[in-house]
Design a binder for this molecule. Structure first.
Ligand SMILES: CC(C)(COP(=O)(O)OP(=O)(O)OC[C@H]1O[C@@H](n2cnc3c(N)ncnc32)[C@H](O)[C@@H]1OP(=O)(O)O)[C@@H](O)C(=O)NCCC(=O)NCCS
Length: 432
């Protein structure tokens, strides 16, 4: 079987992330660019990588800055990277960091690059607030007006309603449905009761708390001294609740369907700020530069379905393809990392992977199978750790590789769902 890279294996040699923190808290003064620069500077420092070795930098973000939309280039202009390191930004909703990793990997597999930095960043504390269409039109007219008479004429047309700002919604442009409403719909279609969602959320917090206490998660996290005063020091995620319980979760009201719903603040991922990045190298470069690979990319796949149907069910279509491309089945997989946008989505994805109907939709006669929960998200996931949209994919791949090494496992599968009905899956293999 032809494996990914046609013999030119792509290694992931290191990764690091900022702490993931709830939006509006300790990182609220930092933009996605600031967070991206912090994480890449740390990655270079931790790996002692010479900037001269880096060929390119690919970064993902979901809500870009209007004034600096190519976040990758802003990040690559760090002092420790030569200005000749080319850089570009990718956007594929919550799979943006996955897209940056697979883009970088493809370039390495093609032989166009030997060493790449890939990752992503998001600041949901700093989303652009837009003017209304009416306000924007009048501002353009104002900028074109010649002389104070003309300017006053335009100014007299401004109305209070023009001043009402527009904030980006986490909603599908085609259907108007928010992510939460989609999760709610999936809970109903796949018969996922509230208690099962809360159980899953509790598990996520407990496992993430364990991973934090025993240092496995903290090993992946850098310490951020928050500029400009550098007095606030952040060295861990601040959304993990060590004190939550099934009773506390059960009391939380449903948010997206207040009357009949089951999706609450407790069983959803929170709005989060953070960044994560990894270093990829061709196997040859890794050997030549003396970087022992954490693991190799064995295969990956993307898939899509109608966003009006089950928006976050894309991983169910992507996973069997990634497994087939890897020449493996679920039985061969030692660990599974699944992005937790909502407990209802993870549980729907798991049900989908067991379903013949979903397998047939993906073009397979047999379902992927039942994921062993002892192998699933063993250090929690986005519900507890948080979910900075553009960064999550890089967090997951690094956690998966690190934990495969610790456990001596060989193969890992990761999946991420995304807006637009998109899904991603990747199979990684631990380096021997
Ligand atoms: C669900 C959502 C609307 C909740 O937002 P929020 O109301 O600001 O959330 P909060 O963190 O303030 O939580 C609300 C309450 O629940 C409580 N709570 C949340 N999680 C809890 C838990 N695990 N245990 C106990 N209490 C919890 C909070 O303490 C808070 O209580 P308070 O009102 O007494 O302070 C928001 O997190 C969201 O939009 N998430 C989805 C994001 C999304 O769509 N992502 C895309 C996925 S791909």
């Amino acid at each position: 079987m032809a494996t990914y890279g046609n013999g030119r294996r792509v290694a992931i040699v290191a990764g690091v992330r900022t702490p993931f923190v709830r939006a509006g808290t300790v990182f609220k003064s930092l933009s996605a660019i600031d967070l991206g620069r912090l994480v890449v500077a740390e990655l270079i420092q931790r790996t002692n990588l010479s900037g001269k070795e880096v060929d390119n930098l690919v970064f993902g973000t979901v809500i870009p800055s209007v004034v600096a939309p190519n976040i990758a280039r802003e990040v690559s202009l760090l002092p420790m990277l030569p200005k000749g390191v080319e850089a570009y930004t990718v956007s594929r909703a919550c799979t943006s960091a996955n897209q940056s990793i697979t883009n970088a990997a493809d370039q390495i597999a093609l032989g166009h690059a030997g060493v790449s930095i890939a990752g992503g960043s998001e600041s949901l504390s700093n989303i652009p607030i837009l003017h209304s269409q009416g306000m924007a039109e009048k501002l353009v007219l104002l900028s074109k007006a010649k002389g104070s008479g003309d300017k006053l004429k335009v100014l007299s047309q401004f109305r209070p309603k023009d001043l009402v700002p527009i904030t980006p919604a986490i909603a599908e442009p085609t259907t108007g449905e928010t992510m939460g409403q989609s999760a709610e719909k999936m809970a109903k279609l796949n018969a996922i009761p509230r208690e099962e969602q809360d159980q899953f959320a509790l598990r996520s917090h407990r496992l993430a708390a364990q991973g934090t206490a025993d240092g496995r998660l903290t090993a992946e996290i850098m310490t951020v001294y928050v500029p400009p005063k550098y007095e606030t020091v952040v060295d861990k995620d601040n959304g993990i609740r060590t004190d939550t319980s099934l009773e506390a979760l059960a009391k939380l009201p449903p948010v997206f369907d207040r009357k009949y719903g089951t999706v609450s603040a407790g069983n959803s991922s929170p709005l989060t700020d953070g960044a994560a990045a990894v270093v990829l190298m061709s196997e040859e470069n890794a050997r030549a530069l003396g970087y022992p690979p954490l693991g190799f990319i064995r295969s990956y796949a993307y898939a899509a379905l109608d966003p009006g149907e089950q928006l976050l069910q894309g991983p169910v279509l992507a996973a069997p393809v990634a497994l087939q491309r890897a020449g493996l089945s679920l039985r061969d997989i030692d660990l599974v990392e699944m992005h937790e946008a909502f407990a209802a989505q993870v549980l729907s994805n798991l049900r989908g992977l067991e379903s013949k109907a979903w397998a047939e939709r993906a073009g397979f006669s047999h379902p992927v199978g039942a994921v062993d929960t002892d192998k699933l998200n063993v250090m929690g996931g986005s519900i507890s750790i948080g979910h900075p949209f553009g960064a999550t994919g890089a967090r997951i791949v690094m956690t998966l590789l690190n934990e495969l090494r610790r456990r001596g496992g060989q193969f890992g599968l990761m999946t991420v769902c995304a807006a637009g009905g998109l899904g991603h899956a990747m199979v990684v293999e631990r380096a021997a």
